[in-house]
Design a protein. Structure first.
Length: 127
């Protein structure tokens, strides 16, 4: 793939990932073997029907999803670019979780020092 095309897709993915409702959508589809029926997706995401349609149409227009109609139901399949977007979402989520966990890790690391300096109460006398 041409470097300039890959760069444009990466920048486009960044703007997609910043949208809170749009980011997890490819990840949910990826978690379902890269394809999902619209009704399944609607059941998994807390989005209105019109908002879900808007997001799916946007991802399809940007080449992240392929839509296949089967009667009254539509199936959505991740493209290669959609799979990269799902991976980017997962990496971003893991990074945010790790960042949030750093203060806790720092506190746990200092726990032995805190315990060593803590006063020890004398044992209680038994009656």
């Amino acid at each position: 793939m041409n470097d300039s095309i890959l760069f444009a897709q990466t920048n486009s993915d960044e703007s997609l990932l910043r949208r809170s409702h749009l980011g997890p959508l490819p990840d949910v589809i990826q978690g379902n073997n890269g394809r999902i029926w619209r009704r399944q997706l609607a059941a998994r995401l807390a989005l209105s029907d019109s908002h879900l349609s808007q997001l799916l149409n946007e991802l399809a227009a940007k080449g992240r999803l392929e839509r296949r109609q089967d009667g009254r139901e539509a199936e959505y399949i991740l493209t290669d670019a959609g799979r990269r977007l799902a991976v980017a979402w997962s990496v971003r989520q893991a990074s945010e979780l790790a960042h949030d966990a750093l203060p806790v890790a720092d506190q746990l690391a200092s726990l032995p020092e805190v315990l060593e300096s803590a006063p020890v109460a004398p044992p209680r006398a038994q009656r």
